[in-house]
Write a new protein. Structure first.
Length: 124
């Protein structure tokens, strides 16, 4: 089975177990995450009205080319860590495969273009 990036995520992954962290410089209205190619949800995964660093767990289906999309209402740094994925062990079910936590993206890396962050491991 082919592996993607350095996080040992197979191309067959149908969903990801992620830890999503925001490091805002000021209040953050909200962050939402969803499968790339689908409509952006109107619900928030997390917010930080007091501007503090916050984290939350999310299970997000893989979107187009296995990617996920993130939207934040205000300027913030976003960190995505993966700790597992769901993939089909057979023809009609999904099974959870745990991973050692692995950094997928960290926008605090200033050597990357603004807003893109550093991709340490591909989800797509």
């Amino acid at each position: 089975m082919p592996q993607l990036g350095g996080c040992n995520i197979p191309a067959s992954a149908a969903a990801y177990s992620l830890n999503v962290t925001v490091v805002p410089p000021a209040p953050l209205g909200y962050l939402t995450i969803w499968p790339t190619g689908e409509a952006q949800p109107i619900t928030s995964l997390l917010n930080s009205p007091d501007g503090r660093t916050k984290a939350d767990a999310a299970i997000v289906p893989a979107g187009s080319s296995g990617a996920v999309s993130v939207y934040v209402s205000d300027t913030t740094n976003v960190i995505l860590d993966i700790d597992g994925y769901f993939a089909p062990p057979g023809s009609q079910t999904l099974q959870f495969y745990p991973l050692a936590p692995c950094r997928v993206m960290d926008t605090r890396n200033s050597s990357m273009p603004q807003g893109l962050g550093r991709r340490l491991c591909k989800l797509s």
